[in-house]
Design a protein around this ligand. Structure first.
Ligand code: GLN
Length: 493
């Protein structure tokens, strides 16, 4: 087995059939992490001893003829805003630098129950606020395709770790694009599930009405396998849908007969797109058509308002969620000078603990929610949110199984190019935030390559589905990947 290139299904199969041991696979992952992480800064922690011990237990269970679970021995990395009792859960924030969670997130317990081997936690924009991986207290993550460029964000480390072949899959979280956009910028498949499909229990909240956890891997099949493990009802998340546990590999194989119709969003064909993005969009339509899929134009007239609405709603919710970091309960506690009181404790702990982007979001959100401005900003944004949702409903009502558009307007950009200009970074989210506002599932997949002065960079497209339409999305991308080989390209490291 060629470990760095193998997918989740192959690795699990080979371990289960004893073609390779879980220990050898864990070693391969950890060795690759040791060799590449100094360049990439993708991982905040690796769990050498624990991962090898777990691999030994899995090998032992297999040798005893016990069923080790569908993901037995597969090395997985977890975004560091998802709680694990293993190691720390830092959110890449000074505030939580030394925080140890006393419990596992629902998804982590599920992965462990499926036999997965958690080998590392991954770097991110602080509290998942960002789209470039540059806003981390541990420093920026680098793109394996070109180390001078960003891997996208906020699930920057998960993206870089999978793209570099350290792990075959990782978990990310997506509030406004943080699974899909980094997946696009490093050439992976990334799935943002329907809001409520995956429990948020143990995900450190950014914007609770938008956050979802999802898989990032090389191909749709691997994402399907991870989604099967992490999706399901959890009474501890009151917004969790009452869906049964499902096998998404099987469902993707059997769901909805052909012929299928896909809508091509007119708003995704913007002059502002990088030429390689426009070209990949045309090529994707051609490939889908050659597969017998009917492609029709659709319009999402309010899509252009998405960024404005998102950057009111997400910071509003963030300002409320982050109020819990007060220097009293957990995380950083500032040292007070004699005579300083409780307000100083709040102010100092938060000023020292939060980075500039997080502080900016808290201020934006607090402002939008303040009396006098609430109607003008927050309420108006909620109305726009409804209109965006209605656009999607109308497109699906025309018989479209999914809607295609680019994941991001440009390929990966140089580190530092946009970090001083928050608005420029926010505009990178133009194609992703609407999906979160509407609560829909969407999958990003590599669909092209941009070649500029010798630098090759992946380009991603996304398919957006109706609520709970993950199986169909996985099926469509699976079909695309059986007819093309973009997903098999790997960076030269
Ligand atoms: N880039 C978006 C933001 O900065 C999305 C972040 C996310 O999905 N976590 O808010």
């Amino acid at each position: 087995m060629d470990y760095p290139a193998a997918n989740v299904v192959q690795i699990a199969h080979e371990i289960r059939t004893k073609a390779v041991s879980a220990v050898d696979v864990a070693r391969a992952a950890l060795d690759r992490a040791d060799a590449l992480n100094p360049k990439l800064n993708a991982l905040t922690q690796t769990f050498h001893e624990q991962a090898l011990q777990r691999a030994r237990e899995i090998d032992h269970a297999i040798s005893q003829g016990q069923s080790p679970g569908p993901l037995a021995g597969v090395p997985i990395a977890i975004k560091d805003n998802i709680c694990t009792t293993l190691g720390r859960t830092t959110c890449a924030s000074r505030y939580l630098e030394n925080y140890r969670s006393p419990f596992n997130a629902f998804v982590v317990d599920r992965l462990i129950a499926s036999g997965a081997n958690i080998i590392a936690k991954t770097n991110l924009d602080e509290f998942a606020m960002g789209g470039s991986g540059e806003h981390s207290c541990f420093g920026p993550t680098r793109n394996p395709w070109d180390l001078s460029r960003v891997p996208g964000g906020s699930s920057s480390g998960s993206a870089a770790a999978v793209s570099a072949g350290i792990v075959p899959a990782a978990l990310g979280s997506d509030t406004g694009g943080s699974i899909r956009q980094p997946a696009a910028l490093v050439g992976l498949t990334g799935l943002k599930p329907t809001y409520g499909r995956v429990s948020r229990y143990g995900l450190v909240a950014f914007a609770s009405s938008l956050d979802q956890i999802g898989p990032m891997a090389r191909d749709a099949e691997s994402c399907a396998m991870l989604l099967s493990a992490i999706a399901g009802f959890d009474p501890r998340d009151s917004t969790c849908a009452q869906t049964p546990d499902e096998d998404f590999i099987e469902l993707a194989r059997t769901s909805h007969p052909m012929p299928l119709r896909i809508g091509i969003a007119r708003e995704g064909r913007s002059d502002a797109n990088h030429p390689a993005v426009s070209e990949a969009l045309d090529n994707t339509v051609r490939t889908l058509t050659s597969l017998g899929i009917e492609c029709v134009d659709v319009s999402l007239p309010h899509a252009g308002l998405g960024v404005a609405a998102y950057y009111v709603i997400a910071p509003a919710e963030a300002s409320s969620n982050l109020a819990r970091f007060d220097g009293v309960r957990y995380g950083r506690r500032a040292k007070l000078a004699p005579g300083e009181g409780l307000l100083d404790l709040y102010e100092k702990s938060r000023s020292e603990g939060f980075g500039p982007e997080v502080q900016r979001r808290i201020m934006l959100g607090t402002y939008a929610l303040s009396s006098g401005y609430y109607d003008a900003y927050y309420n108006t944004a909620l109305k726009v949110r409804r209109l965006i949702k209605q656009d999607y409903d109308a497109a699906f009502a025309q018989g479209c199984a999914a809607i295609l558009m680019p994941t991001a307007p440009t390929p990966a950009f140089p580190i530092g190019q946009k970090s001083g200009d928050p608005l420029a970074l926010y505009l990178e989210d133009i194609y992703t935030v609407g999906v979160n506002l509407a609560g829909l599932p969407a999958i990003s997949f590599q669909a092209g390559l941009s070649e500029d002065s010798g630098v090759k960079l992946p380009v991603g497209m996304q398919l957006v589905g109706p609520a709970l339409g993950e199986a169909q999305l996985l099926r469509l991308v699976g079909l695309f990947q059986s007819a093309s080989s973009w997903h098999a390209l790997t960076p030269r490291l």
